[in-house]
Design a protein around this ligand. Structure first.
Ligand code: FES
Length: 56
């Protein structure tokens, strides 16, 4: 499912990034571009990130 429509980033990609060490929205923005445009995805992206990190 798409989380960041502006950049075409899915929840799977965010999960992979989290498993590879991303642990903040800033990291996600740098790695994938998430939240770099309208930023409407920020809340959802942060939730996916947190859920993934908590499950590790
Ligand atoms: Fe992510 Fe717009 S939906 S920056």
């Amino acid at each position: 499912m798409y989380v960041c429509l502006c950049n075409g980033i899915t929840d799977s990609q965010i999960r992979e990034a989290a498993e590879s060490g991303c642990d903040s929205l800033r990291d996600l923005r740098r790695e994938l571009g998430v939240g770099s445009q309208c930023a409407k995805c920020a809340r959802h992206a942060r939730q996916v990130l947190r859920d993934t990190r908590n499950a590790m």
